[in-house]
Each structure stands twice: as structure tokens, then as C-alpha cells.
Design a protein around this ligand. Sequence first.
Ligand code: ZN
Length: 463
Amino acid sequence: MNRYISLILAFVSIVSALSLPVQAQQRAKKSNVILFIADGAGFATFSAAADYQTGSPTGLPYMSKPWNLYSCSTYSIDGEYEPEEMWSSFKKQLSNATDSAAAATAINTGVKTDNGSLGMDDDQEWLETFAEMAAKKGFACGSVTSVQVAHATPGGVAGHVDSRREGSRIFEQSLNSGALSVMIGCGHPQYDRQGALTTGDALSRKSSDDYYFSADGKKHYLEYNVFGPSKRQWEKIQKGELPEGWEFIEAREDFQRIAKDPGEAPKKLLGIARSHVSFTYDDRNKQRQVIPTVPTLAEASLAALNVLNQNRKGFYLMIEGGAVDTCNHTNNLPGMLVEMREFNAAIAAVCDWVEKNSSWEETLVIITSDHETGALWGPNADKSDSLFQTIQFNGKGVLPTYKYYYGNHTNQLVPVYVRGKDASLFEKCIRGTDPFFGKLWNYDGRYIDNTDFIQVMTYVMGL
Ligand SMILES: [Zn+2]
């Protein structure tokens, strides 16, 4: 039922969008859409990172004009977002949450689906993604992530599976889709969670829970065919047997080389960095560290832009800070701040790139999240006399005072920061207003739904 309402609303919005005074003749020659997704980041996560980095919870460049801030509902296919009901109890926010696969599907296709499904509706029917539509019209498309290359969020750009666990299928579909010119992420089968080279033996292991002990007694985890190439695909990649036009890189220096010099950019780029994800895992000690042999998200994003920008019509690039979610799941706030720092550095680098190599007239940048994770609030947010107390900021370089109330996803609104080409179209997508939540986070409380992004993106590209 929800899906049909969504489709009708989408149609009404598109019709009204087309009558906007933004005229076709004023359009710049190229059209680019860059979509940033901090996986699992709600308002508290974005604000905590901003305060820790700048001394103000709204201190990052994209948090003030000329950027605009909206919010977005992310509820699951069986759920809804009703502002009044939402804040009727503290627990209400914990139900009807989406997962990253369904959210990626909503963002990339405009259709809500079952949690776990990617690019398929709830009847297991194949849905065309934005990248697939854009590629048909001659645009270049790609995905970059700090986690595994075929994880749910990057997988949603051109993958079609009933289960997000089918990582090697997602990988194969994306690589062979014809829709993508860039796939960058981690999930390198020969490197473990600490970015250490594994033994040959390790390559035959199959499940995400597999691990082995090296000679020094250290435990090494492997995720060989989960969210990345299968063994057979990996053997082909190593032999250079890639679809036409693709080049494979894995060394950080190669990402840096292409990031620095557009002349070094191949036609199509598959980059699998030498680790499981970009960060070491140490959730017990509430830490995360960047693995120095892995490109930063900023380097990976710039490399992607230099590849995609060869296209004369323009491009769509999805960039994910993918491990923010895993830190919020494990309630690892210091680790989350490390990952948000990397995400924010990528935003800064990309905005700088837009100003030097493109313009805000031809490029739309969207910064958002797929859902909130962890129910991150102030320390007494569930007590009646301080109900919904927000996280308490303590200034630059000092951890905020906080408490996580959950280890999973929530149904909170997430922020949407927009700037650039046709960014005013988001005004046409407003579904409602949540005055209570808006007051908590110092904005007007207006929200779109995650099925609305595609309307704006298709308009920007003229699809
Ligand atoms: Zn998650």
C-alpha cells in the first residue's frame, strides 16, 4: 500500500517540479550528482562529529549557508513516520526501522522494499536504479565506500538481490551491469581486518565468521566472498580478465596517483583496497584506527571523480562512510568520531574538487544518511524529567556526554544537507514537519522521505 502512495506522491511532485521557474535553457552543460551517505548517522552523530572537530555542533562548512538543511524519514516498508506518535514514548523510535539494503533501494529506485532486499521490490521484482537510468542516457556512474565494495549501500547503486548477504552476486552484477564506471571499496580477499596480508590458505575460506591463526598466534578474520568478489571472480581479476575498459588497482599509491592527476584516470576503475574495511576494529576498547595502507575516503573519492569526470554529459557518484554504522551498533562513540572525521574530510575534498573542476551550477551535492543507529542521546534522555535530552556537547577535541540506548537501527529522521544544481527542488519534496524534533536540532523540522531523492536526481540529470 505504502508503495502506491509513494508512487502517486512521486508523480505529483515530479509534475510540480517540472513547473518550477528553473528553466531548461539555464542548465549548465554538464549535470553531476554526488550523494554522500554516512551509514547509520542521525542528527546526534553528525552534530557530535561537528562539535568534536570544530567546537560547534553546527560548525562544519556544510552545516550553514549556502547549504540547506532538511531531514528525511527512513521508515521500513511496513512502517510510517508520524511525528506526534513518534515522541509519545521514548521506545517508539526503535520500531519500524529500515536496514541499509532497503534504504539504499529506496534512495536509488524510489521504492520501499523488505529489509535485506537490494534493487528488488517486496514481490521480488527487479527495480531499475537511478544509476541504470542515468547510464542509459550516457552518464557515468560509480560508488565509493570505506567498507566492503559490495556491501549493502554501494550494492544498492546497481545490485539486484533478495538478500544483501549475496555479496559476490552483488559484486558481479555491479561490475557487469554496464551502469557503473567506478567501484571502489575494501573487502580485499587477501587482507584481514587489520590490513595485514593473509596466507594463501585463507583464500579458500568462505564465510564471514571464518578466521585463522597465523604463526604468531594472532587471530585473523576473513570475509572472502561476503560483500566482495567470489574466489572465481578474484582469480579473474588477478589475471586481468575484467569487462571491457576496466582497470583494477589495490595499492594506496595507485588511488593517490589517480586522485592527483586526471590524466592518470582509466576509463573504468575497480579499486579494492588492501583490507577488510578502512579501519581497524577495536570496539571493546572503543577505538578505531585508519589503516595506513588503505586510501582515505577522500583519496578514493577524488580518484572516482577523476574517472567519472571524463564523461561529457556528467556523472552520478555515491560516496559512503560505511563504518559509522558499525561503530554506532557497538556503541563505540570515539570510533564513530574517527569514521565521521574521515567522512567529513572526504566531503571537504569533494567540495574543493567541485569548485576547481566543476561548479555548483552543474553539480548537486547531497549529504545524508540511510538511517540512525544506536539511539544516541544525552545521558538521561529516557528519564521523565529530562525526556529526549540531546547529546551534550563539550567542545573541540573533548568527547560529548552521551548514552546509546540501542544496538540497532532506529526510525529517527536523518539530516539532509544540500547544495548546488537544482537544490531548491527539495522544497517540492517536503512530506511533513516534525516541530518537536526540529526544535531539538535547531531546524524547521521539515522532512522528505528517502524515496524522494530519485525525483530530484532524475530532474537534475534531465532523465
Ligand atoms: Zn546497521
